[in-house]
Design a protein around this ligand. Structure first.
Ligand SMILES: [Mg+2]
Length: 234
């Protein structure tokens, strides 16, 4: 029998489906720009703005793990190109505020909240995301001890930093923790390399093949407590 103290959770495509959330946030972002910066919208389609953002990162690699600052700085740059010299920072910050508010409008997978609530009675829960969803703004966030984004440690999964942060905060060893996430490389391989047990979330209809290194996997949140118990029993 193993002594498990900590459960780490990925967020996007583990607690909720991310694609519709991000699509909606991108729409809100662009709609704001349509009214606040018509000259920018005239020059940049949503796709062109995305291409500009990617190109901006090539020239400013310091933003690689700072996705929020990257979006603000690249938009500010695009606004400047379109003649919004003095207002570029203000417009970029407001556009980002609209985007990030929409980014938090998620719909949890069925049974996720009740299972999280149940697990929080036994384990310390910490969320670890490469994205910029903020779980503390969600009702389900009340069950989590801490929430970390790649931006907080300036390193994204599968690098060890986020996993090590969770272990440090929970005061436990890698073998006393399970990481639960959907992504084969970022979640399963990343956590496995640090020595955590892993459970792969296979919740999307188009989920890829489960990773061979995952210790367990689930495709319905109601199965998760059983999978955890199986790992505890070893
Ligand atoms: Mg994910």
């Amino acid at each position: 029998m193993k002594k498990i103290k900590l459960l780490c959770f990925d967020l996007d495509d583990t607690l909720w489906l991310s694609k519709p959330v991000i699509q909606r946030a991108e729409q809100v972002f662009y709609a704001y720009l349509t009214s606040a910066a018509p000259a920018l919208v005239e020059r940049f389609s949503p796709e062109a703005l995305r291409a500009h953002r990617l190109d901006f990162l090539k020239h400013h690699p310091k933003f690689a793990h700072q996705i929020s600052q990257w979006r603000i700085a690249s938009l500010s740059d695009a606004l400047t190109l379109c003649g919004y010299k003095t207002q570029s920072t203000v417009i970029a910050q407001e556009a980002f505020a609209q985007f990030i508010a929409a980014r938090q409008q998620v719909t949890l997978f069925p049974h996720c909240e009740e299972v999280i609530r149940q697990l929080s009675k036994t384990y310390t829960l910490i969320s670890l995301t490469n994205g910029n969803a903020d779980l503390s703004q969600q009702p389900v966030g009340q069950y989590f001890h801490a929430n970390y984004q790649a931006e907080h440690v300036n390193a994204a999964k599968p690098e060890p930093a986020l996993f090590l942060k969770a272990l440090e905060i929970a005061g436990c060893k890698p073998e006393e923790a399970i990481h639960i996430g959907d992504h084969a490389i970022d979640d399963i391989r990343g956590a496995n390399a640090v020595g955590l047990l892993t459970i792969q979330a296979c919740l999307k209809t188009d989920s890829p093949e489960p990773d061979a290194l995952a210790d367990e996997r689930f495709n319905d949140w109601r199965e998760l407590p059983i999978k955890i118990e199986q790992l505890v029993q070893g």
